[in-house]
Ligand binder design. Structure first.
Ligand SMILES: Cc1cc2nc3c(=O)[nH]c(=O)nc-3n(C[C@H](O)[C@H](O)[C@H](O)COP(=O)(O)OP(=O)(O)OC[C@H]3O[C@@H](n4cnc5c(N)ncnc54)[C@H](O)[C@@H]3O)c2cc1C
Length: 406
C-alpha cells in the first residue's frame, strides 16, 4: 500500500484520492484553503467521457442526479438571429446518460462526500511549499512549518501548480486566451413568461456583435448563462462591482436581436469576470515520485467543456497505473501514466483553443464573420459526426492495469 500525498482538494484532487483508494492505496488530501469550497464557483458541464470515468469509480449514479441534462447545442448569430448549426454534446451512453450541466459546487460536494465515506482524510489550510525526495519516499513541507511523509506526491493543485514547478522549474506559464468568462443563474419565475426561446436541455450559443454568450433553461425553469467578452487591455471588468458589472454586460449585448439583455438584467449575482488561459504543452508531468493531474497538467480553455471530465479521466488512469504497486515501481508507473494521458490531453487543449478562436475573431470583425461563420459551421457540422468521437467516446479500462491499454 502506498501513502499518497495529494495536493489540492478540487475536482482532480478528490477524484484522484478516490481512484487511489480504489487502487488499494492510502491517500491524504492537503488543501491550501482553510475550509471546503462549497458554494464557490459557477457552473460546468460533465461530458459523457467524464461520466464514463466516474462510472469506473462507482460514481456515475451519484453524478447523474446533479444539475440537469444538456445533450444539445445550437449556434446562432446574435445580430440577426440566424441559425448556424446544431451539435450533440457528446451523444448518449448506452444507459441513457448524457452530458450534464451542474454547479461546480455540486460536483465538488458529491466527490467530497464520497471521499469522506471512504475514510479519505482532507486537511485544510495546508499550502505546499516544497517537496524533498529520497530513495525512501517524499517529505512535503507546508507553509505553516509542518511536514508530511509519504511514498509519492500527486499535484492536483490547479493552473498555478506548485508541484509542476517542483517537477520542472522551467515549465511554461499558462497561455492567456483573450476571452473573459462570466455568467449567472436566474431563478425560475423572474423572466417574463414566454420569453425563453429554447427548450430545457439545449444550450443556445450566440455570436453576438460584441460578445459570445450562451443560455439554457433547466427543468425547474431557471436560466443558466455564461458570456465570453473579449479581454481588452483598455478595461479591467474584474474590478467592477456587481451593479457596474451588470451595466457593462448589458451594454455588450444590447445591440443583438436576442433575449440576452433581459437575462443579464434579471441576474442578481453575476460572476466576477475572469481571464481564461490554457497550456499548449507541459513538457514534464512527472519526475521520480511526483506527478500532475487535472489543470496542473493540462488546463484547457473553458470552450473545450472538458476541464472537469479530463481531471476525472486523469484520476482513473493514475489509480489504474498504480494498482497493486510497491514503492520501488512508482516512477515507472508514473511515466506510463504520463505517456497514456499526454497526447489526448494536448489534443483536447488544442481543440478547446480552436473552439475559442471564432469567439475571439468574431468580436474583432463582426460584419465579416456574419458572412463567414455560416459557411464555417456548415463544414464543422459535417465533420463533427465522426470527429468528436475521439473526445467523447474515450473509455479507460480499469482492469487493464499497468498494461498501457486504455
Ligand atoms: C473555487 C473554484 C471554482 C471554480 N469554478 C469553476 C466554474 O465555475 N466553471 C468551470 O468551468 N471551472 C471552474 N473551476 C475550475 C474547474 O473546477 C477545473 O478546471 C477542473 O475541475 C479541474 O480542476 P483541478 O482540480 O485540476 O483544479 P482546481 O479546481 O483549480 O483545484 C486546485 C486546488 O488546489 C488547491 N491548491 C493550489 N495550490 C495549492 C498548494 N500549494 N497547496 C495545497 N493546495 C493548493 C487550490 O486551492 C484548489 O482547491 C473552479 C475551480 C475552483 C478552485
Amino acid at each position: 500500500m502506498l501513502n499518497c500525498i495529494v495536493i489540492g482538494a478540487g475536482i482532480a484532487g478528490l477524484s484522484s484520492g478516490i481512484a487511489l483508494h480504489k487502487a488499494g492505496h492510502r491517500p491524504v488530501i492537503f488543501e491550501a484553503y482553510g475550509a471546503p469550497s462549497d458554494g464557490i464557483g459557477g457552473f460546468l458541464t460533465v461530458a459523457v467521457n467524464g461520466f464514463d470515468a466516474l462510472d469506473t469509480l462507482g460514481l456515475k449514479g451519484a453524478a447523474a442526479h446533479l444539475g440537469f441534462s444538456t445533450p444539445l447545442m445550437s449556434m446562432y448569430l446574435g445580430s440577426n438571429g440566424k441559425h448556424l448549426t446544431d451539435f450533440d454534446y457528446g451523444g448518449t451512453l448506452p444507459d441513457g446518460t448524457t452530458a450534464r450541466t451542474m454547479t461546480r459546487s455540486e460536483l465538488y460536494g458529491m466527490l467530497r462526500e464520497e471521499a469522506s465515506r471512504r475514510g479519505i482524510r482532507i486537511v485544510y489550510n495546508k499550502r505546499l511549499t516544497t517537496v524533498e525526495e529520497s530513495h525512501r519516499g517524499v517529505r512535503a513541507d507546508f507553509h505553516d512549518g509542518t511536514t508530511e511523509h509519504g511514498d509519492m506526491v500527486v499535484g492536483a493543485d490547479g493552473l498555478h501548480s506548485r508541484v509542476r514547478k517542483l517537477i520542472d522549474p522551467t515549465s511554461p506559464a499558462p497561455r492567456i486566451i483573450p476571452l473573459l468568462n462570466t455568467g449567472g443563474i436566474v431563478p425560475a419565475g423572474v423572466l417574463t413568461p414566454g420569453l425563453m426561446d429554447v427548450e430545457s436541455g439545449r444550450m443556445k450559443m450566440l455570436f453576438g456583435k460584441r460578445c459570445f454568450y450562451c443560455y439554457m433553461q433547466d427543468p425547474e425553469g431557471r436560466t443558466w448563462w455564461f458570456a465570453n467578452p473579449l479581454q481588452r487591455s483598455s478595461e479591467d471588468p474584474s474590478t467592477l462591482d456587481s451593479t457596474a458589472r451588470k451595466a457593462w454586460l448589458t451594454k455588450l449585448v444590447a445591440g443583438d436581436r436576442t433575449i440576452m439583455a433581459a437575462i443579464v438584467t434579471a441576474t442578481n449575482d453575476i460572476i466576477r469576470p475572469y481571464t481564461t488561459s490554457d497550456f499548449p504543452s507541459i513538457p514534464r508531468w512527472q519526475r521520480g515520485r511526483l506527478v500532475l493531474v487535472g489543470d496542473a497538467a493540462h488546463a484547457a480553455s473553458p470552450s473545450s467543456g472538458q476541464g472537469a471530465s479530463m481531471a476525472i479521466e486523469d484520476a482513473v488512469t493514475l489509480g489504474r497505473s498504480l494498482q497493486g504497486l510497491q514503492p520501488d515501481s512508482i516512477s515507472g508507473a508514473l511515466a506510463r501514466y504520463e505517456n497514456e494521458r499526454k497526447t489526448r490531453a494536448e489534443a483536447v487543449v488544442e481543440w478547446g483553443r480552436r473552439n475559442a478562436a471564432p469567439k475571439i475573431r468574431g468580436q474583432f470583425k463582426r460584419v465579416f464573420e456574419d458572412l463567414v461563420l455560416p459557411v464555417v459551421f456548415r463544414g464543422i457540422a459535417r465533420k463533427s459526426e465522426d470527429n468528436f468521437e475521439w473526445v467523447y467516446g474515450h473509455h479507460i479500462e480499469w482492469d487493464a492495469a499497468n498494461s498501457g491499454v486504455s
